[in-house]
Design a protein around this ligand. Structure first.
Ligand SMILES: *Cc1c(COP(=O)(O)O)cnc(C)c1O
Ligand SMILES: [Zn+2]
Length: 447
């Protein structure tokens, strides 16, 4: 960045596969010019060693949810590890992160677990974890534009949450946004969010993978700046989820982290966060990673469990977990590295399994989106199989707010999902305004 913040730390783009060369993070570049592979953000780890692990922990604890801009953000409170050169006045933040690590005591007990937690990343400005990455990406673009970069708009392909987040952060910064959505394959709330923020919303007759292909071409031709997680700037913000989970356990590492995944950016980000904590003396071991996929959109499940370390694209089938209906995951190579480093497992959940897991969890006070439900269904399977055990400390990452997926819950409780028995359906009871009938209804349920 040209307008440097006076810090001894720095980060730059490099090829994920290890080709030589590096690029400033403000450069609009999304692939390695040598091998056409993915890029990553690489930090000057030696420079960050100027503080000890305990000293970083103290600093991060001091900043946790404070009022002083921008440190109350769970992302910018860790800015030296995220995007160190970003000046304060370039930052576009809406106090992302700092979300509840919900103690799922009652649900855990039902499964026979004593130490189950759900990280509620959906309790965020636009209702999903995507805000964690988007604050970093939009801030860097904002800064790059201040330094002279010319772009017509920031753009993304989306299964609904990336577009909602990008539209919100773009609007907050006054930057134009274009979103490409698979028509009819996202929730009403997700469609309305970018409309409300004034983005150009293009509903295409294809799926996410089809939208992704087009937006990559737009970005390659320089028409737009690419905001998908192929752009590693997003992952720098998302990696704070791992940091925050460990921080919320007073810097203890859980045994398992379960993550519902589609494009596999978040799995890669989680690994990056844990790697950095280990390199900088905060932790000495990794949790085991469970990547949870919908059975109808399971390219990584198929590859990993067949012993393959490259992921073949598939045609994803419709799933209620629409945000992870992805057949050609862009971050597959990064996610394979994460699984290898974190002794990982890839498991899948059917539509019936995810629906019933969501309903069971909701009955214990959660309000589960269908993707989080994929994670919980996979958890239930791994407990039943004895892989995850009673005394293990387990974290399920909840990726979005259940309130964005009202149609999903309405259909479940109306017993309207084909192939799903809706065992916990709880439809409303409609009555005339008659005292006696109300008394009868209460007696019928609880006597
Ligand atoms: C984006 C998203 C995911 C998947 O994250 P990836 O990084 O694409 O694997 C899961 N759940 C929700 C709700 C999402 O919006
Ligand atoms: Zn390369």
């Amino acid at each position: 960045m040209a307008i440097f913040r006076a810090v001894p730390y720095s980060a730059e783009f490099r090829c994920f596969a290890g080709c030589p060369g590096s690029f400033p993070v403000t450069r609009p570049i999304y692939r390695c010019p040598k091998c056409d592979g993915l890029l990553e953000v690489v930090h000057d780890i030696e420079a960050l060693r100027d503080r000890s692990g305990p000293s970083w922990m103290r600093l991060f604890d001091e900043r946790y949810r404070v009022n002083a801009w921008p440190y109350g953000s769970g992302v910018w409170g860790k800015r030296e590890w995220v995007m160190p050169q970003m000046p304060d006045d370039g930052i576009v933040s809406m106090y992302e992160g700092g979300t509840n690590l919900f103690w799922a005591d009652r649900y855990g007990k039902q499964l026979g677990l004593a130490d189950l937690w759900v990280k509620l990343c959906g309790n965020s400005h636009s209702g999903s974890f995507k805000d964690l990455g988007m604050t970093v990406l939009v801030s860097v673009v904002n800064q790059a534009i201040r330094e002279g970069l010319k772009v017509k708009a920031i753009a993304c392909a989306s299964t609904g949450d990336t577009s909602a987040s990008l539209a919100a952060y773009g609007a907050a910064a006054g930057l134009p946004v274009v979103v490409l959505l698979p028509r009819g394959k996202i929730s009403t709330a997700q469609l309305v969010q970018p409309l409300a923020h004034g983005a150009l919303v293009l509903g295409l007759d294809t799926d996410f993978d089809g939208c992704m292909e087009i937006v990559q071409r737009l970005a390659a031709e320089g028409t737009v700046y690419l905001a998908n997680s192929m752009n590693p700037l997003r992952l720098e913000g998302q990696k704070t989820v791992g940091l925050e989970i460990v921080q919320q356990f007073d810097w203890q590492v859980p045994d398992w982290i379960i993550l519902p995944s589609g494009n596999l950016g978040n799995a890669s980000a989680l690994h990056a966060g844990f790697r950095m904590m280990r390199e900088l003396g905060i932790i000495s071991r990794f949790p085991r990673l469970v990547v949870a996929q919908a059975e109808n959109a399971n390219p990584l499940y198929r590859a990993w469990n067949a012993g393959k370390r490259t992921v073949d694209a598939i045609q994803a089938k419709p799933t209620l977990a629409t945000a992870i209906q992805i057949g050609n995951p862009v971050s597959a190579p990064r996610a394979v590295a994460a699984l290898e480093a974190m002794n990982g497992i890839v498991e899948q959940a059917s539509e019936e399994e995810l629906c019933e897991a969501a309903a069971r969890a909701d009955r214990t006070g959660m309000y589960t989106c269908p993707h989080t439900a994929v994670g919980l269904a996979v958890l239930e399977k791994l407990v039943a199989r004895g892989v995850i055990q009673r005394e293990h400390k387990v974290v399920c990452v909840s990726t979005a707010a259940g309130l964005k997926f009202t149609e999903f819950k309405v259909r479940y409780h109306e017993r309207g999902i084909e192939g799903v028995s809706s065992q916990k359906a709880n439809p409303p009871v409609y009555l005339p305004a008659d005292f006696g009938k109300v008394v009868d209804a209460i007696a019928k349920r609880f006597d």
